[in-house]
Design a protein around this ligand. Structure first.
Ligand SMILES: Cc1cc2nc3c(=O)[nH]c(=O)nc-3n(C[C@H](O)[C@H](O)[C@H](O)COP(=O)(O)OP(=O)(O)OC[C@H]3O[C@@H](n4cnc5c(N)ncnc54)[C@H](O)[C@@H]3O)c2cc1C
Length: 278
């Protein structure tokens, strides 16, 4: 296995269950891999493929998403709380069917597979009439999301992998031939965005985003998605996760942290909170 982000380690555990002895080779492993910096909500159709190329993938995606959902149900009662249900309030000045939460310049249309192919899997979204919630926005919708406490989830994955005899080795591959040099009978490539440089994968289009964490506030038991500013916040166990995006993020190849971007996102979050009715 090459890669020790969320996909690499999950695939490694699947391979172990299929009877393989697995060694993971990776430049960075959780919690240093990119996966550790994600927002951490179960959002299986988010930017997964452009609408124009979606049809061929749809049946397989539906099967994968259902398996994934079922697996996470089994983790809900775990004492370390790697996964939890979370009510999330979507806020918008426009009606939701006229707004687009992603909408970065240059982005293609995406298929809305969760609504079309997984209907009924998650509890239905609840529109709230103006004045029926403490938020000032004219359009408010409550949904129930599966949220990952990424530190706990990463620890749980690594512990499971190691308990089944898995080995983890630091290694950086620099070309296609390096896969053969590992000397394994079977190699699975889970290098994520790293595959673009490693294998010249031009079909992979990066979308940058930025997260920061405020100190945990265990009394906060809901998340927020502000469709107007694109800022969202989720009360994870490892801190209140604040996510934001900037204009040039679609196709951005870099992962540079822009502190000012997060400052603005936290300021926007504070303004939303200050605007709430008692
Ligand atoms: C701001 C932001 C928020 C996000 N929020 C969510 C969310 O809420 N929900 C969601 O489902 N997704 C979210 N995503 C997307 C999600 O983070 C990625 O899809 C996911 O982390 C990809 O996992 P991965 O294991 O494929 O890649 P990575 O985590 O990048 O892991 C790749 C692994 O391969 C290794 N590697 C790479 N190149 C080499 C090499 N040459 N040699 C050796 N090893 C190599 C790396 O070191 C690492 O171990 C978000 C992304 C961003 C940017």
């Amino acid at each position: 296995m090459v890669g020790c982000g969320a996909i690499g380690i999950t695939t490694a555990i699947e391979a172990q269950q299929a009877g393989f002895e697995v060694t993971i080779y990776a430049k960075a492993q959780l919690p240093q891999a990119n996966s550790a910096f994600a927002t951490g909500v179960w959002s299986p159709d988010s930017r997964i493929v452009a609408k124009a190329h979606g049809d061929a993938l749809a049946p397989r995606w539906q099967q994968m998403a259902r398996i994934s959902f079922a697996r996470y149900q089994a983790l809900l009662g775990h004492s370390a709380k790697p996964v939890e249900w979370l009510p999330v309030y979507n806020l918008s000045s426009l009606p939701f069917d006229k707004a687009n939460r992603h909408a970065l310049p240059g982005e293609p249309d995406y298929p809305h597979w969760e609504a079309q192919l997984l209907n009924g899997l998650r509890p239905a979204d609840q529109p709230l009439a103006p004045g029926a919630s403490p938020f000032r926005q004219p359009h408010v919708r409550r949904e129930q999301l599966l949220m990952f406490n990424l530190s706990q989830y990463g620890d749980w994955l690594l512990a499971r992998f190691r308990a089944a005899g898995g080995r983890l080795l630091a290694a950086e591959l620099s070309c296609e031939q390096d896969f053969a040099r590992l000397g394994s009978q079977l190699v699975i490539n889970c290098t994520g965005f790293g595959a673009k440089a490693l294998l010249g994968d031009d079909a992979l289009l990066p979308v940058r985003g930025q997260t920061c964490r405020l100190p945990p506030q265990l009394a906060v038991c809901y998340g927020i998605r502000d469709w107007d500013s694109g800022v969202s916040a989720y009360p994870r166990r490892d801190g209140v996760l604040v996510q934001t995006q900037a204009q040039g993020d679609f196709g951005a190849q870099h992962a540079t942290v822009d502190l000012e971007e997060s400052r603005q996102a936290v300021t926007q979050l504070a303004a939303l909170m200050a605007g709430m009715r008692a």
